[in-house]
Design a protein around this ligand. Structure first.
Ligand SMILES: NC(=O)c1ccc[n+]([C@@H]2O[C@H](COP(=O)([O-])OP(=O)(O)OC[C@H]3O[C@@H](n4cnc5c(N)ncnc54)[C@H](OP(=O)(O)O)[C@@H]3O)[C@@H](O)[C@H]2O)c1
Length: 268
């Protein structure tokens, strides 16, 4: 299976690391293009894959082609590759707000398209990727694409009508968690902990709490209640978070993120 990437930025680098470390693909089966050479040389050094500054070379090569450029560049890239891309090639989109229909219009034909929304923890193989497909994607190529995506994290299949909700809960969401970790670390430093230790303790606690939710299957509310000793320290902190509308702030942030994604989908 030949995998191509157009664009060699943060997401492509994370995805390439995942698929090469999975051992499913040989370096000869993966090619990436990018306008500037530095990122290409770095990724070739790390994984030995094929590199080029010519997008059409990747498009002609790939059976699964990931468009890893910024959303505003999708149309230009589609115009550039539409003459050389094979009719059977699965085009994988990773940009918020790019619908399957829009992608097919930009490519000028009913190309098989898998629309995805990954996130950057793919870099440490702890990514979340939501996926849906156009009717032109065969079952075999869809399964192959899903296995490729699973090499850097968990994959969730959704109807396309729900894809605009995903950036708020996984694509953009690592940013909110980083703010939480930074805020916890700052408070630890204020109260006398060394910076590095405060940061590691906060991050490990977020990781541990997430693992508790996933591994035990216990509702987060019950897990929270178990930490709150009557008359203890945790309930003081929890009530202060409630007073400062922690829950509401998170939900409001996700609401505006989804609103923005829907606007992008409409305008793209
Ligand atoms: N970052 C995230 O958390 C995240 C999460 C989910 C989805 N996404 C989506 O993933 C896509 C890529 O995001 P990213 O964060 O990886 O962006 P990025 O780091 O800026 O990478 C984009 C890459 O595209 C290259 N590029 C620019 N023009 C090009 C062209 N005409 N042909 C080929 N390559 C071109 C850029 O090269 P130069 O730097 O050399 O110009 C850059 O290496 C976006 O659509 C974004 O919405 C990102």
């Amino acid at each position: 299976m030949k995998i191509g990437f157009i664009g060699c930025g943060n997401m492509a680098t994370a995805m390439i690391a995942g698929i090469m470390d999975s051992g499913r693909y040989t370096p000869g089966e993966v090619m990436v293009s990018n306008p500037s050479e530095g990122k290409l040389i770095a990724v070739q050094k790390s994984h030995g894959i094929q590199i080029t500054q010519d997008n059409t070379k990747v498009a002609a090569f790939a059976e699964i082609l990931v468009l890893a450029v910024k959303p505003y560049l999708y149309e230009a890239v589609a115009n550039e590759i539409q003459e050389v891309i094979l009719e059977s090639t699965v085009v994988v989109t990773i940009a918020a707000g790019v619908s399957i229909e829009k992608m097919q219009v930009q490519l000028g034909r009913p190309q098989p398209v898998v629309r995805t929304m990954p996130n950057t923890p793919a870099l440490v193989k702890a990514g979340v990727t939501a996926v849906c497909r156009s009717q032109e994607v065969s079952d075999d190529l869809y399964q192959e694409t899903i296995q490729m995506l699973e090499s850097f994290g968990k994959v969730f299949e959704l109807p396309e009508s729900k894809m605009d909700v995903v950036p708020a809960i996984s694509g953009s969401a690592p940013a909110y968690i980083y703010i939480l970790i930074e805020a916890m670390a700052d408070a630890g430093v204020r109260d006398g902990l060394p910076r590095q230790m405060a940061k590691e303790m906060a991050a490990q606690t977020v990781l541990g709490a997430a693992k508790m939710v996933l591994d035990t299957g216990i509702h987060p509310e019950e897990l929270k209640d178990r930490v709150c000793t009557p008359g203890g320290t945790t309930i003081e902190a929890v009530l202060t978070l409630e007073k400062n509308q922690f829950r509401a702030a998170v939900q409001e942030a996700m609401k505006v993120c989804t609103k923005k994604t829907k606007e992008l989908t409409k305008s793209s």
